[in-house]
Design a protein around this ligand. Structure first.
Ligand SMILES: [Zn+2]
Length: 944
């Protein structure tokens, strides 16, 4: 794929008022966009984009400040990020600690922020009617934050814990390796997250006052003129403007200008780095320095090359690498690690074990493809137009972004793009075919400008990788690219593709530009009927079909779920592994046809489940049936190709092994599900049987598996009942014509959960999945009971009321770890209250003791909560439940869960919201205390 797979296109101009000092003009919007927009520049220079969305449930605000980690002082790496954390604490106007976050979360919202190279972005969403008070609290970040001394000491631990969580991440490690080998005089080369050493202990030894320096940094870099804010709400544009002025008007203007940085940041061309990753497997990444796409966003040259290099259809680079058995995946495009003066174009290839042995050939093929593009016709107006047409299609029928991400994206974009092109730019809409610019970029993607990061778990330390990166400890080596490789690359790039081990004698090894896409729909009409819940419209011994016509979202799309329940599929660990391999081989076989379908907005999934195989389809109603047909053909006429089978097995083994690289808390959640679900195999059982599964046995298994089937189906969206029926009838006829017989009712396996005896408190202390990960974690589940409207409501209320308390006590005050969590949690159809903590500083035993100490406090706080406050919380939760789905797919997904789980509670959310509203404080406290005071009824706890 491409790194940026979100290029919308086609715009129509919409009049927008522009009070930002620019000429009144047109903001170009997508056709489906019904929002009102207005730009405002406040007296202090702060620029605001107001978005009036009359239907939104959530209001959202983002403020992007043009300063980031590139501005960190030399002696305090991570200071910009640390300040981002500190602004959440309190302000002169709202001095109570965590007041902002608590207020937002009480009103159904979420807060977050991130620190990038050149900007720091703060954002939240909240129930639409709480926008004004939420915005007022938020704006204090930029007016009068209180940065307390003891807060600084405590929050440094949270930053350290955040870094601790990143320590075992290959993405973070790779980024830091690029920084490590970058120009050492450029701030890009530094460590940007911060940890205890850079933010607390190191400065203390040198008598550096971090508390003072945070304040200095704030005053030196935070200025109204460097801020761009976005406010999305239901209010009219005039009302939103008044809100913006009163909230952001007092932000001080310090007359600052945005800092600028030299483009000379990246590592030198000709560099070859080898590294040992955390995860099993091999990846190869080629990088070139390019001009940032934001400078040419209307012509989007990098997007053109990512469309071509990232192609996976017939004739693509990836198809060739795959056919040779060398690659498992490929991504190409401008990377996200760039900043405004310099950017990176990269091609990242996941290698098979055979690919690992052929790295010079693999890279030569990349240059062969680029060499092909350099030939006459390689830069093609036709291909550019095709890519643009696909982008237009995605754009025309794009569904709404969540308000919070929309605000965040827009605020960031306002820092770099022209006002009228803002939406075009964030949707990656190419506007202008510029062959000369394309040619310029293409000529920089050349052998002599490349640098390479080659990561493999087969590299030996210290033989292959004698060096150690200081922040993440990544074992690596750095040296020049072998001259021999460069010679091959130059030949390939020069168009001598035929010389490069081409078995078929084709020039460029048979690679060519993408052919016309057969999946582009041309009919977009909507059916007339619409229904708010699915109905069972047909049942035979083989299948049950549910149907829900739904066109309220105005998109001509259909969703199809087919759950093939087959008793053979999950009978033993060996059967489960075989089913997983079949799913993988199907996806593998379909990748060339599915890629153009995906570009045209059609998606499918094949997944092995604990009762069989789930097929799902989603996309344009007009061409979706063609994709469904192709996938079903492949499943029913399944054949095992020996070389693809061996690769699938290799990949499967790596996936199992890589579960060891999950964070400890993730592994705890996994163990919880495995422990509580009655029929669930453990991944180590899979690892044990995988080597014994052979290609010919798999073919036999497939026949046996499909011998007895029962299908649960849901077809929803822009599709008439008759079409839905026809699809299932055709499938049934095909299955019965084969050797398939319907699964008798007596053989249906129900998904069951282990009922923990009561009272019981079980603790499993297990080693973390990865010995190299120093974090400890505790995952505790209080089992409540089976699906029951009232009990679900009680559990949800505990989760809703408890999560803020948990965050405040366990993270902010006690600083136990970056990840602290309390919520309702489901194992299949059984509800639990889940508490988890992951810590880089404390033992699991200690974390458990803090949870034990916290729960009685939570009970007290539930009991002592003022009645109005309780009522307000209840109302918030009820509202959250009643929130309408934003997209067709979300609505259909909810229906599918009810059908798949067999709970069939329509409309669940309405029933649960009514139950929530009827629960008194006394009832809630009694419910909570019943588990609390009587020695933990039904607790399962995992210590890692
Ligand atoms: Zn952070």
């Amino acid at each position: 794929p491409r790194f940026q797979i979100n290029p919308y296109s086609m715009v129509h101009a919409r009049e927008s008022t522009d009070l930002g000092g620019g000429a009144p003009g047109l903001l170009r919007c997508p056709t489906t966009d019904e929002n009102g927009y207005r730009f405002v520049k406040l007296d202090n220079g702060l620029q605001v984009l107001l978005v009036h969305d009359p239907k939104t449930d959530k209001a959202a605000v983002a403020c992007d400040v043009r300063v980031g980690s590139l501005s960190d002082p030399d002696d305090l790496p991570g200071l910009a990020h640390f300040l981002e954390h500190m602004l959440f604490y309190s302000s002169e106007k709202y001095p109570v600690e965590d007041e902002y976050s608590k207020f937002i979360s009480k009103h159904g919202g979420q807060t977050n922020a991130f620190t990038a190279s050149e900007s720091t972005n703060y954002h939240f969403d909240v129930n639409w009617d709480a926008l004004a008070p939420a915005l007022d609290r938020f704006a204090q970040f930029f007016i009068c934050p209180l940065i307390s001394r003891d807060g600084v000491d405590r929050e440094a631990h949270a930053v350290d814990s955040e870094h601790g969580k990143n320590l075992n991440s290959d993405a973070w490690k790779a980024l830091q390796l690029w920084k490590h080998t970058a120009n050492p005089d450029h701030p890009f080369s530094r460590f940007a997250t911060g940890n205890l050493e850079t933010l607390l202990d190191g400065p203390a030894r040198k008598n550096v006052e971090v508390h003072t320096r945070l304040k200095e940094f704030y005053e030196k870099h935070y200025c109204s003129q460097l801020m761009r804010a976005v406010i999305i709400g239901r209010e009219s544009l005039d009302d939103l403007q008044a809100l913006a002025s009163s909230a952001f008007g007092p932000v001080p203007c310090r007359g600052l200008r945005a800092p600028s940085f030299s483009p000379e940041a990246t590592p030198r061309a000709g560099l070859l780095m080898k590294a040992v990753p955390e995860r099993s497997g091999h990846t190869l990444e080629l990088q070139w320095r390019v001009e940032p796409e934001l400078k040419h966003y209307d012509a989007a040259p990098c997007q053109y090359f990512s469309h071509l290099l990232g192609d996976e259809g017939e004739g693509s680079l990836f198809a060739l690498l795959k056919a040779r058995g060398w690659a498992t995946d490929l991504c190409a495009g401008e990377s996200g690690t760039s900043f405004s003066a310099a950017s990176i174009f990269r091609v990242r290839i996941g290698l098979t074990d055979a690919g690992q042995e052929h790295v010079p050939e693999v890279t030569s093929l990349v240059f062969s493809y680029l060499g092909m593009l350099r030939q006459p016709g390689g830069i093609s107006h036709q291909v550019w137009e095709d890519a643009r047409a696909l982008a237009q299609l995605r754009f025309d029928f794009a569904e709404k972004m969540a308000p919070s991400s929309y605000a965040t994206t827009l605020a960031g974009a306002m820092q770099v793009y022209g006002r009228h092109d803002l939406l075009l730019a964030i949707h990656h809409v190419p506007q202008r075919y510029d062959p000369e610019l394309l040619d310029t970029v293409l000529s920089t993607l050349c052998p002599s400008e490349a640098r390479v990061l080659w990561a493999s778990s087969s590299f030996q330390v210290p033989t292959d990788c004698p060096l150690k990166e200081p922040w993440y400890g990544t074992a690596h080596s750095a040296g020049p690219l072998p001259a021999e490789w460069l010679t091959h690359w130059e030949a390939a790039w020069g168009g001598e593709g035929a010389a490069l081990g081409d078995k078929d004698g084709h020039r460029f090894c048979g690679m060519h530009l993408p052919p016309p896409n057969p999946y582009i729909p041309s009919r977009f009409d909507l059916i007339k009927e619409s229904s708010s819940s699915p109905a069972k419209i047909h049942a035979t011994p083989l299948y049950t079909l549910w149907h829900r016509p739904e066109t309220g979202f105005k998109v001509p799309k259909t969703a199809i779920y087919l759950h093939l329940r087959m008793p053979e599929a999950y009978l033993t660990p060996r059967a489960a592994v075989s089913t997983q391999l079949i799913s993988r081989l199907l996806t593998d076989k379909l990748s060339e046809v599915a890629y153009p379908a995906e570009l045209a907005g059609l998606h499918y999934g094949v997944r092995a489940t604990t009762s069989g195989m789930l097929l799902s389809f989603w996309g344009h109603s007009h061409t979706l049936p063609r994709l469904v047909q192709t996938v079903l053909d492949s499943l029913l006429e399944f054949e095992v190709l020996p070389d693809r089978f061996e690769l699938a097995k290799e990949h499967q083994a790596k996936d199992y092994a890589n579960m060891r690289h999950e964070q400890p808390y993730q592994h705890g959640l996994y163990l919880l599900s495995v422990g509580l679900e009655a029929r669930r195999w453990h991944v180590r059982d899979y690892e044990a049987v995988l080597p014994g599964v052979m290609g010919d046995s798999l073919r036999a298994f497939q026949t046996a598996m499909l011998g007895t089937v029962r299908i649960d189906a849901l077809i929803a969206g822009n599709v008439p009942a008759a079409d839905a029926r026809a699809l299932l009838q055709a499938l049934e006829a095909r299955l019965l014509a084969g050797r398939c017989s319907p699964l008798p009712a007596s053989q249906r396996t129900e998904a069951r959960v282990v009922a923990l005896p009561s009272p019981m408190r079980a603790v499993h202390a297990v080693p973390g999945p990865n010995p190299a990960n120093d974090n400890s974690a505790v995952v505790v589940a209080f089992q409540a009971g089976r699906d029951d409207v009232r009990r679900n409501a009680l559990v949800d209320l505990v989760g809703h009321l408890g999560k803020r308390e948990a965050f405040h006590t366990l993270r902010t005050v006690e600083q136990l770890g970056y990840i602290t969590h309390l919520s309702a949690f489901w194992t299949l159809t059984v509800s639990n209250i889940l508490v988890l903590i992951q810590s880089s500083a404390h033992s699991a035993r200690y974390l458990q003791s803090r949870i034990d100490a916290f729960l009685p406090k939570l009970a007290d706080s539930l009991r002592g909560m003022p009645a109005e406050e309780y009522a307000a919380h209840v109302e918030e939760l009820a509202k959250a439940k009643l929130e309408k789905p934003k997209r067709l797919r979300d609505a259909v997904n909810t229906d599918w869960s009810e059908i798949d789980d067999g709970t069939l509670r329509f409309p669940r959310k309405e029933l649960e919201a009514a139950a929530v509203r009827s629960i008194t404080q006394e009832e809630l406290v009694a419910f909570f205390e019943a588990r609390e005071s009587r020695g933990y009824l039904r607790v399962l706890s995992f210590w890692l």
